[in-house]
Design a protein around this ligand. Structure first.
Ligand code: ADP
Ligand code: MG
Length: 399
């Protein structure tokens, strides 16, 4: 789960990370009001969306009067901000953060993430922070310091100081850098984060170290033990089908292709997507219906997959262990009868109650294309998507 910049700043402030004073607003009038409340004469208005690259996309604006703030906000609220991280659809702007503008002296990049190869939390730090950081990280990888943290010891002071030295900060800032890095590490581990990124982390002429941006993501599987974090969820920033599926306990991830997939088990779902690709198709989604799925649950999954208007064919691939082929078949038939769509549906069943399942499909009177194996199912799905009726429905032996 991701959270907004203003939320991440608030969370990190509890761990000793300092940011400029700021205030959240839900309307242009409120933004102007909150700027007057903050005081000062220069502010930065920042669209709160779950994506980076807001500055370049016009979502971060420097303002020097409350009238200007109001005008900028009239333009931001309700709009979709499209950045290089959002995809074409963009993300809706429903909140803006008004923050005191800071005179930047130097801008650093600091990121914490899980490094899978060392199985440790890794801290990345670069002296070239800011909006071009992605180009700099790829063009000059040598300028990035990577520090892996031994979990039993945590981030030691000397390691944090080494990072500060590598960034070349003054002795006065070194102490603040150590506090910031240690705070981030503590937040990362105590809150089960998967990513913290401060870009830019800046120094000012008067010797302060401030986080001007902050991003945090959390491990969904650990959210149950952090109610104060799960409260920060903003569904307006999520893929509507993904949050609809999550609310129903289904694991759905939208993808770019045209063949909808309904599978049980994450491993089989991935194998199904691979086989589909090998057969020349592209999956429209990843979907794991889980174990012991009732007909109602299968029907729900079917509706979610079909709600994606890119879907031009559906592949149901179930290897029933705890699941039951007859329940899956009933769910598919129920959903198809309700929807009366002419999108071709390919079903491959194997395992528990297979014969009953096949019977339900065969007797439903629906144009369901049945398949014997995963490969057969993938090939039929691709043929059906290409409207090659003969190939999709070629004869097969009833198991
Ligand atoms: P994003 O990374 O999504 O583009 P940022 O919060 O990093 O958004 O803002 C983009 C840029 O705007 C920053 O790199 C920084 O140069 C500038 N900026 C952001 N906040 C402030 C601030 N409070 N004062 C001055 N400049 C800021
Ligand atoms: Mg940034």
């Amino acid at each position: 789960m991701e959270i907004h910049e203003y939320q991440a700043k608030e969370v990190l402030s509890r761990f000793g990370v300092t940011a400029p004073p700021g205030a959240l607003a839900y309307s242009p009038e409120q933004a102007a009001y909150r700027a007057r409340e903050l005081g000062g004469d220069r502010w930065v208005v920042k669209a709160q969306v779950h994506a980076g690259g807001r500055g370049k996309a016009g979502g971060v604006k420097l303002c020097s009067s409350d009238q200007e703030i109001q005008n900028i906000c009239e333009n931001l609220f309700g709009r979709k901000l499209v950045t290089h991280q959002t995809g074409q659809g963009g993300k809706g702007i429903y909140r803006v953060y008004v923050e005191a503008a800071v005179e930047i002296e130097r801008a650093f990049y600091v990121g914490l993430m899980l490094d899978r190869s060392s199985q440790r939390v890794m801290i990345l730090a670069s002296p070239h922070g800011g909006e071009e950081v992605e180009e700099i990280l790829s063009q000059r990888p040598g300028s990035v310091t990577r520090t892996t943290i031994e979990p039993a010891a945590g981030l030691r002071d000397f390691q944090a100081r080494e990072i500060a030295f590598a960034l070349g900060v003054s002795p006065a800032v070194t102490q603040q850098m150590v506090r910031t890095l240690k705070g981030c590490y503590r937040a990362f581990t105590e809150l089960d984060a998967t990513m913290i990124e401060i870009n830019p982390l800046v120094t000012t002429a008067d010797g302060r170290l401030l986080a001007l941006d902050a991003k945090m993501a959390f491990d969904d599987n650990a959210l149950f033990r952090h109610p104060q974090i799960s409260e920060l969820r903003d569904k307006s920033q999520e893929h509507p089908l993904e949050s609809r599926a999550a609310d129903r306990g289904l694991n759905y991830v939208g993808l770019g292709g045209h063949i909808g997939c309904i599978v049980n088990g994450a491993g089989l779902a991935m194998a199904t997507m691979d086989t589909l690709k090998a057969a020349g198709g592209e999956p429209a989604n990843f979907l794991d219906i889980g174990g012991g799925a009732s007909p109602e649950r299968v029907a729900k999954a079917f509706r979610i997959v079909m709600a994606n208007d890119r879907v031009q064919a559906v592949l149901v691939n179930i290897f029933a262990g705890i699941n039951r082929c007859d329940w899956v078949a009933r769910g598919v038939v129920q959903a198809m009868q309700e929807m009366q769509s002419d999108i071709p549906v390919v079903v491959r069943l194997a395992g528990t109650h297979l014969v009953e399942g096949q019977k339900i499909l065969a007797q439903s009177g629906l144009p369901i294309i049945r398949a014997a194996t995963l490969r057969d199912a993938a090939e039929r799905s691709v043929a059906a998507w290409r409207s090659d009726q003969a190939q999709a429905t070629k004869l097969w032996a009833e198991p």
